[in-house]
Design a protein around this ligand. Structure first.
Ligand code: HEC
Ligand code: HEC
Length: 164
């Protein structure tokens, strides 16, 4: 078990994904189980109600104290920082996946779980084995800028979910 954990940590460091918690938790599953009943889809919620100012997460209701508020709002302490980081990323992300890919691939979190993985620091499709950045040159009908943005989002998601 130790060896597996150690190996997993090395991979995570190698691909610069978030640290140890990521080896056990699926943040999006957690959100779906603990937060979605009140707030709906995480990224939609973040884009609608949250923003990032001076590196801090700011809410519509909770302006100066949101990060502190979240410490006592349905989150276990180990998940506080990961969820804040996820919401920050979501609040500042253009929803390319939802508009251009979701119709065929479902939610980005499910797609990341089922179909993507990191290979030597590169995001690849599990079936095709191809780097997503290359694949999108001829797939998905996106501009180069959109392809770059959606690839970055999917790479973050692979670090936030656990593969199936
Ligand atoms: C039972 C319903 C409920 C659940 C479950 C819930 N929330 Fe909330 N949340 C609320 C309500 C109501 C507010 C606004 C009330 C307030 O500001 O005190 C809120 C406010 C927030 C805000 C601030 C929004 C703003 O505009 O300032 C964030 C961020 C947030 N919740 C995240 C979460 C996360 C993350 C989870 C899961 C770990 C979660 N919530 C679970 C009901 C819920
Ligand atoms: C019209 C439907 C459709 C749209 C829109 C679409 N895809 Fe796909 N995509 C598919 C199908 C079908 C496959 C499976 C092809 C195969 O298995 O050979 C696929 C395969 C992929 C793969 C390879 C997966 C693997 O396991 O190797 C990636 C990566 C991918 N899509 C990303 C995207 C992204 C990102 C977008 C949005 C920019 C997008 N797709 C938009 C239908 C779509």
């Amino acid at each position: 078990m130790k060896i597996i954990q150690c190996f997993a940590t090395m991979i995570l460091i190698a691909v610069m994904q978030p640290p140890a918690w990521a080896a056990e938790r699926d943040l999006h599953d957690y959100w779906d189980g603990r937060c979605a009943s009140c707030h709906g889809h995480a990224a939609q919620f973040a884009r609608k109600f949250l923003r990032v100012e001076d590196g801090k997460l700011v809410g519509t209701h909770h302006k100066d104290t949101l990060e502190a508020f979240l410490e006592h709002h349905y989150l276990t302490p180990d998940l506080h920082q990961p969820v804040v980081a996820m919401l920050k990323a979501q609040a500042t992300t253009v929803p390319v996946f939802a508009s251009k890919c979701g119709g065929c691939h479902g939610t980005a979190a499910d797609f990341a779980r089922q179909s993507l993985s990191m290979q030597q620091g590169t995001l690849v499709g599990k079936k095709t084995g191809k780097p997503v950045a290359d694949y999108l040159k001829q797939h998905g009908g996106v501009s180069p800028a959109e392809a770059k943005s959606v690839t970055e989002v999917l790479q973050r998601l692979v670090g936030e979910v656990r593969p199936l």
